[in-house]
Write a protein that binds this ligand. Structure first.
Ligand SMILES: [Zn+2]
Length: 308
């Protein structure tokens, strides 16, 4: 007897269900392994993202540190300057009190910026000398030379090369009413102060030299000095010079003037950067002063040579 059709039916069902089970389990396993793969990929991606983020964070930290450093540059320049001037001040006091045999000469240049100023600056750089520039602005308005479009650009050079910028009034108008009243004088001082500030992005000067010297202010001198004091300014004349503000017939004459006026251990030496004679003799002047024991420094408000 053959199998009954019923049992055949059952066998078929069994076989089919085995096939179905196998098929399903294969599919499920496949799905699970796909999911695992996906999970691993996602984990990997996540890790990558985290490490990228960490790198970005590090970069950002570096950028922030640079910004911080940049923001502190001005402060650190200011503190270095203060330190530098306090050393000079200490030396100057010792010399003036007779406790030191050293010597200081403050080279000062009036009435610039002007055509010759670049040359003066280059000579000073060559000898590593820092000086003081008593600036006006009337000349600069009409001043052009081959290195700069306009002499006003020199204000930035003074700062860049480490010199002291001082105030000599905007107009230098000895014959055009500068000294006719305290107000007209202080106006010209304020105008120059603002001009220096705007040309240098913030340099503030608080040292002044009267155009023509303080005696030129005559009867109003003391009132003007008081007005300067109120502004926090000190002022300075000079103790030596080569006479380049007046008529000079020869370099010999200029040398004679200079040597005759240098007679103390702290000197404030008057020059003008418009004088070709001064520019011509400047390298030798620096050598002469150094050979005679002078250290050359820029002026600063606290110096005893600056009257307060
Ligand atoms: Zn002058």
């Amino acid at each position: 007897m053959g199998k009954s059709s019923k049992s055949i039916g059952i066998e078929i069902i069994l076989i089919l269900s085995i096939i179905a089970t196998l098929y399903l389990s294969y599919h499920i396993e496949n799905k699970i392994s796909l999911q695992k793969e996906k999970q691993i990929k996602e984990e990997h991606l996540y890790k990558e993202k985290v490490s990228l983020l960490k790198e970005k964070e590090k970069e950002l930290e570096k950028v922030n540190a640079t910004i911080q450093e940049y923001e502190n540059i001005e402060e650190s320049i200011e503190s270095k300057k203060k330190e530098y001037f306090s050393h000079i001040k200490e030396l100057e006091s010792k010399i003036l009190n007779g406790e030191s045999n050293e010597k200081i000469a403050y080279l000062t240049f009036d009435d610039g910026p002007y055509y010759n100023t670049y040359q003066v600056l280059d000579i000073l750089d060559q000898y590593n000398v820092k000086a003081t520039f008593f600036t006006i602005s009337m000349n600069g308005e009409y001043c052009y030379d081959n290195k700069s479009q306009n002499c006003f650009l020199l204000y930035k050079e003074y700062v860049k090369r480490g010199h002291t910028i001082a105030n000599h009034t905007y107009t230098h108008g000895i014959r055009t009413g500068l000294y006719s009243s305290v107000n007209s004088f202080i106006d010209a001082v304020n105008r120059q102060e603002e001009h220096v500030k705007s040309q240098t992005e913030g340099y503030t000067t608080n040292i002044l030299r009267f155009p023509g010297g303080s005696s030129t202010a005559k009867g109003l001198k003391n009132e003007m000095i008081n007005a300067l004091k109120e502004k926090g300014y000190g002022w300075v004349d000079w103790t030596a010079g080569n006479g380049d503000g007046g008529r000079l017939d020869s370099l010999e004459q200029a040398w004679g003037n200079l040597k005759n006026t240098i007679d103390s251990n702290v000197e404030v030496i008057l020059f003008h950067d418009y004088s070709w004679m001064t520019t011509a003799m400047l390298p030798e002047v620096i050598e002469y002063l150094r050979n005679n024991g002078y250290q050359l420094y820029p002026l600063f408000y606290e110096s005893d040579m600056v009257h307060k």
